[in-house]
Design a protein around this ligand. Sequence first.
Ligand SMILES: N[C@@H](Cc1ccccc1)C(=O)O
Length: 446
Amino acid sequence: MSKSRILDIKRETWVLTGEGKKYAAEGSPEVQLFLAVPAEGSISKDELQKKLDPAVFKIGCSQAGKNKWVEMGKQVSRKVQNVEDKVKDLLLQVQNGHALSKEEISSLKARKLIVPQTWKGYSVRKGPNYAPKRKKAATDLTRENLQKGDWKELEFKEYNFNAKGQPAEGGHLHPLLKVRKQLKDIFLQMGFEEMPTNNFVESSFWNFDALFQPQQHPARDSHDTFFLEEPSTTRELPEDYVERVKRVHESGGYGSRGYGYEWKREEANKNLLRTHTTAVSSRMLKALAEKPFAPKKYFSIDRVFRNEAVDRTHLAEFHQIEGLVCDRGLTLGDLIGVLHDFFSRLGMSKLRFKPAYNPYTEPSMEIFSYHEGFGKWVEVGNSGMFRPEMLLPMGLPEDVHVIAWGLSLERPTMILYGIDNIRDLFGHKVDLGLIKRNPICRLGIS
Ligand SMILES: N[C@@H](Cc1ccccc1)C(=O)O
């Protein structure tokens, strides 16, 4: 835009002074004076002065005299019959924004009845180099430019080496990892130790038999469990313990009648992808039974696998959170107390329990939490006291009881992040935006 296209604009207008405003309302001093002089005869100057404001008298005398309206002496008398208040008329015109002639302005200005007021502005017009007429500079040399050959005429934009680049994307943790970290912190704060959970492949023995789960149990069917083809069987099992487990399944002991069926070693040898992390708990408890007894609190958070029909709330693999406390004389009351402590740290303080069945726990309880947002009770986990048929063959002392519970990691994560389809949370269809949009995880589930 060239400079010559910008014009300064200055406008002068006139406004009344305080005195001007007074005369516009009350009449000019000369007229006020004229009207104070009687139409017939005369009035003494002293008498006249008393009738008028001193300033009006003084100015009125000089102006009325100049206009030859009155005869001034000791006595004052009129020289004309009528006068017109020209000054008042002019002041009213100025007040109403009308333009006056140069002479009229200068006479009012001389008497300090008006003052100038200036208004400043600019007039701006488009110049010959105004943007739309300019050629747009090309930013990229395209294949079309090369094919058409118009690159010869193109004007290319210069590189701006000072421009800032795109902000670099930092790492973001997946919601499951963040909730997992919160849960891990909760367990650690409660004094639990983490169990080693790095084996996805487990034998049926540790996953089911050691947990007093009978070999005909439907969960042990290939419809529910992924069995391994290669290697299809486990290499070794602790023989003495296997013998005790076989016996407790077949004929009981330790005050139990057992299941009364023929237990098969081949079934126990079958390798599978672990269906729950309780398989890890059974290994840990067996190891504990080998040493002089010491109470323990264990937890794990890791992946498990089930041959499920995949739908919006089920996947064939998910993460299980497992906690257990092993000590002398524990009761169901201890389990309820620990569950209240654990879940309230997750923001779920209203809990209810429902009797349930697990082959390895008695009694067993499903855990429900009241979800304020949903306005209803939702199932959040499963729990129980491990059966003597599981603990005593391991060699744990008889008065040692184990309270335990399990839940999925996906469930609380979906509630926390408002996700209603598990496939949006886990698997190859997860939108990276979900991860980027949730850099911070909120605690408090209900
Ligand atoms: N293993 C159970 C959870 C559970 C753990 C410990 C005790 C009771 C139940 C499940 O998979 O659902």
